[in-house]
Unconditional design. Structure first.
Ligand code: HEC
Ligand code: HEC
Ligand code: HEC
Ligand code: HEC
Ligand code: HEC
Length: 396
């Protein structure tokens, strides 16, 4: 008994200095004085919203209700500092900052979904000559490579691959050319990396535009249409191409979908034919139903997403009534960030990716690809506003 107490005491004495020496992860505000631009960019990114994003919040609550073990699991990526702080109730400001500066810049190694990181580490970054009194710095080749992102952007549950953005990239022509995630998602410009620092050819912007960014999505696809008419039989061939996406589209969580809507009308606007196609990865739960909650998935039912640089032909064939004059067609590709989990504020977020139309008089052939609709970059803004309202409400 006595030996046990002594032993426990010794363990405590051994742990104390360690606990005292443990530095806290600094919050992002401590970087703003010197890294104003990076702070402004990051604070509007999905990484900064990764715990306060309402779509995540709703899913997280459902996962937690289905099994409390998911708390540690979900937060390991959405609030990665909890891997060390164990602040699973999110009481620290730095935990609520989600994927924050001091997490990413303390990472020294990534292995599968495991990160080696510590607030005591020097700031890991892309420069080998940076110098400041504010913090120690260290060159990290890892930060310039897709492998850094892979620690979160690739994972499985129950052996079912849920998000495979990294391996999709690895198999893409972009990877073969050496184009990393950072090259597309952290666009560079010239400028200073920090107040007082030298002007550099390349500083890396921290927006991480993606599926939540209308503008970014609209560069992803083109559609070319050709229409043929033989008597009352109409054949429309769509050639859907993408060439600047380094992974499948949509990538990431299976709740993302791309939907093709096709319509043919006559001169009076009467609908002659319409069809819809959905491109997505579909998960099944243990009962064989579609698993909209990805953590309940046991298998993949189908996956018909677009591969990087794929060019896909879709053909629609239909008959029009005798005596029909001109036939007009319209094809629209929409990106849907399916949010079935949100039942109150939002149903789903839709962004038009590309559209094309064509017209045909009887027996004639014509092709008219039309320019894309003007940009609507409001989706990120909408999410940010809702997140802000939720945060303010919670603080009260
Ligand atoms: C008092 C000013 C100051 C503060 C505060 C500050 N930094 Fe820095 N930081 C600098 C300067 C100066 C450089 C060097 C810039 C250069 O060489 O271009 C730098 C460089 C860096 C680098 C690049 C390191 C490399 O070698 O590639 C990273 C990453 C970084 N800082 C992250 C942070 C983070 C994260 C915070 C907040 C937790 C922070 N800094 C706070 C001034 C500061
Ligand atoms: C610690 C985990 C983690 C790391 C490391 C990480 N990400 Fe993310 N990333 C996330 C999470 C989680 C989200 C989604 C946040 C949300 O919407 O709730 C996200 C969102 C994104 C988005 C936005 C997607 C959209 O729909 O708009 C892009 C783009 C992105 N990450 C790219 C990257 C790149 C590139 C890297 C490497 C430089 C990287 N991420 C590193 C976890 C991570
Ligand atoms: C998701 C991880 C991630 C987060 C969060 C993040 N960074 Fe970075 N940061 C990177 C990566 C990766 C690079 C290097 C990109 C490259 O070289 O290809 C980088 C580069 C930098 C650099 C050096 C180059 C430059 O563009 O200035 C600084 C300074 C920096 N980050 C500061 C910050 C600050 C400050 C924050 C928070 C406001 C922050 N970072 C948040 C991943 C992150
Ligand atoms: C050649 C440029 C390019 C490369 C390389 C690239 N991406 Fe993307 N990424 C895009 C574009 C464009 C989109 C928007 C179209 C879309 O929805 O896929 C996107 C979308 C995303 C999304 C949102 C999911 C989606 O499909 O809407 C995430 C997350 C993401 N990228 C992460 C990554 C990660 C992680 C890597 C590296 C493993 C990477 N990207 C490599 C261009 C690129
Ligand atoms: C291995 C890292 C990782 C784990 C663990 C993880 N996520 Fe994510 N999560 C991501 C990344 C990366 C994204 C952003 C890109 C994408 O869609 O793949 C994301 C995006 C999301 C989104 C979409 C947010 C939006 O605004 O579109 C939801 C919802 C989500 N995660 C819920 C969860 C839940 C619930 C859990 C726990 C059951 C969880 N995640 C566990 C990495 C992770």
């Amino acid at each position: 008994m006595r030996a046990k107490v002594v032993c426990v005491c010794l363990v405590f004495m051994w742990m104390m200095p360690l606990a005292l020496a443990e530095k806290e992860f600094p919050i992002s505000l401590t970087c703003t004085n010197c890294h104003q631009d990076r702070y402004n960019e990051w604070s509007r990114s999905m990484h900064a919203l990764s715990v306060s994003d309402p779509i995540f919040e709703a899913a997280y609550l459902r996962a937690y209700e289905s099994d409390p073990k998911y708390r540690i699991f979900c937060l390991s990526c959405h609030s990665p500092t909890t891997r060390i702080t164990h602040d699973f109730n999110l009481t620290k400001s730095v935990s609520v900052e989600g994927i924050t500066c001091s997490f990413c810049h303390s990472v020294t190694a990534v292995e599968g979904n495991n990160f080696t990181f510590n607030p005591n580490n020097p700031m890991q970054g892309p420069y080998n000559d940076s110098n400041t009194d504010a913090h120690a710095s260290s060159y990290s080749a890892l930060h310039t490579k897709s492998e850094f992102c892979a620690g979160c952007h690739e994972f499985s549950i129950n052996g079912v691959p849920i998000s495979q953005t990294y391996s999709e990239w690895k198999a893409s022509p972009d990877a073969a050319e050496g184009k990393q995630c950072q090259d597309c998602h952290m666009e560079t410009k010239s400028g200073i990396a920090a107040k007082g620092g030298p002007v550099r050819d390349k500083v890396y912007q921290h927006f991480w535009y993606g599926g939540h960014t209308g503008q970014f999505l609209q560069n992803a696809f083109q559609i070319a249409t050709s229409i043929q008419r033989t008597g009352n039989r109409v054949n429309v061939t769509l050639n859907i191409t993408n060439n600047n996406v380094g992974h499948m589209i949509p990538s990431g969580l299976p709740m993302r979908k791309v939907v093709l809507d096709f319509n043919a009308t006559d001169e009076q606007g009467n609908v002659l034919y319409s069809a819809q196609k959905v491109y997505a990865k579909t998960l099944l739960d243990q009962y064989g139903n579609e698993a909209t909650d990805f953590w309940k998935a046991v298998s993949i039912a189908k996956d018909n997403r677009f591969k990087p640089d794929e060019s896909r032909i879709e053909v629609f064939e239909f008959d029009v009534p005798e005596g029909t004059g001109r036939v007009d067609t319209q094809a629209t590709l929409t990106y849907q960030l399916q949010a079935e989990i949100i039942t109150t504020e939002m149903e789903s977020l839709n962004v038009e990716l590309a559209s094309a139309s064509s017209s045909s008089v009887s027996n004639a052939t014509a092709t008219y690809p039309t320019p894309k609709a003007p940009d609507i970059g409001w989706i990120g803004f909408l999410i940010a506003m809702i997140a802000a309202v939720l945060v303010i409400r919670r603080k009260r």
